[in-house]
Design a protein around this ligand. Sequence first.
Ligand code: FAD
Length: 461
Amino acid sequence: MGTSGIVDALGDVLGSDHVLTDPPLTQAYTVDWTRRWHGDALAVVRPADTAQVSAVVRACAAAGVPVVPQGGNTGLVGGSVPGRHPGSLGRPVVLSTRRLTRLDPVDTTSGQVTAGAGVTLGDVQRHASAAGWEYGVDLAARDSATIGGTVATNAGGIRVIAHGMTRSQVAGIEAVLPDGRVVEHLSGLAKDNTGYDIAGLLTGSEGTLGVITAVRLRLHRPHRASSVALVGVSSYDEALALMHDAVIPGATLLAAEVIDRTGMELASAVSGLAWPLERSHPLVLLLEIADGGEGDGFDPGVLGDRDVVLGLDATERARLWSFRELQSEAFSSLATRESTDAAHKLDVSVPLPRLARLADELRRRMEASPDVIAFGVFGHLGDGNIHVEIVGPAADDEQVDRLVLDAVAAEGGSISAEHGIGRAKAHLLGLSRSPEEIAAMRAIKDAWDPAGLMNPGALFP
Ligand SMILES: Cc1cc2nc3c(=O)[nH]c(=O)nc-3n(C[C@H](O)[C@H](O)[C@H](O)COP(=O)(O)OP(=O)(O)OC[C@H]3O[C@@H](n4cnc5c(N)ncnc54)[C@H](O)[C@@H]3O)c2cc1C
């Protein structure tokens, strides 16, 4: 079947309104959020249910056409869009899951809900909350990122310290395999030792093993009202110590984030928000806690003499959080202002005791790089996960990425803490995984997808 043949076949399955081929219509699906990754698609398809996903994948498999699954397209490693150069398999079909919007009533007995892959994280959070429950994953892209995308990337976010990564929330899955067959295991049993964990394999698979169509999610009972503190500190070691010392025993730490001076200044400029503290500091620590009893849950003996601001009501909490949530956008805006292609965004983790040393080493490396106009670090302190933002080098200049990732590997860290490998780091997987581990992963990929049609170029080079 030629390329027009497969486009016609997809039109027969979905109706021509949901098979896009005109560049003005497909562009939103072929360029990623960072604007660093883009490529051509044969077509963008928008199936409405699992049966249509299955029919699309089956048709593509029969024609030997690759498929790139895409949710909200907020991924930051180029995995959700076609590669710059189509490989030997040719241009892919981008399969958008955004019309898979099934959202079942919350099962209040088991504390679970089943959501279609295209439901946004924000909609699941609001749906759970309306039923008196809480979904344990949260991140700044909540109103665009989808449940399928967050599961496919095993997203982390700002609540990992309290609830774990997305993997910890997945109780069951429905997916379309690379040959079009559907696997469904959505009963959400707490105990179920009946062989391989298919949901576990698909979690974090980045679209390389199939298309996730629905997920059974674990929910939590909500915490009591929370309090936020923004505290000026001089180093990572000081921030790490405060993360525990500033919180009274019995209170629950919901988030522990850091923002450096550059990021604070950029967020303040982008948002127009007044500087929140009395002074400027090398680092700002954001703590959110709940269940603090009578008081706000912070230890006044520890925070009393510090430059600190507390947010105790929803408006103030949101104001303080916005300095953290605006980070990625603020660096992207700076890149646009400086007329560089795009900000480089790296997402790494190291063991907590090595975080301060890594941060110093990264600063030294960036200050010695002539192309770097601005450099900032922010992220999830409690998880040893920092996001490194670099403005200056061209989008396709990978030298600066390598400077960061080599430093991380030398500290025994991960080159992808939570965003995944995507196309951005596929050729660098060996910095974090051994040849034996990569061979084991490849064996799984080859068994599930022998023709290599699911998201080629992502995860594996
Ligand atoms: C402002 C901002 C803040 C962010 N903060 C965080 C953060 O704190 N923590 C974090 O982990 N991430 C963060 N991200 C990254 C991003 O939001 C996550 O990676 C998210 O999980 C991607 O979801 P998505 O629906 O946009 O997926 P997409 O970007 O569309 O896809 C991501 C990957 O998943 C695959 N995929 C998508 N849907 C499916 C499916 N149904 N079946 C199979 N494969 C699929 C794609 O092929 C691709 O490889 C942030 C992004 C932005 C823009």
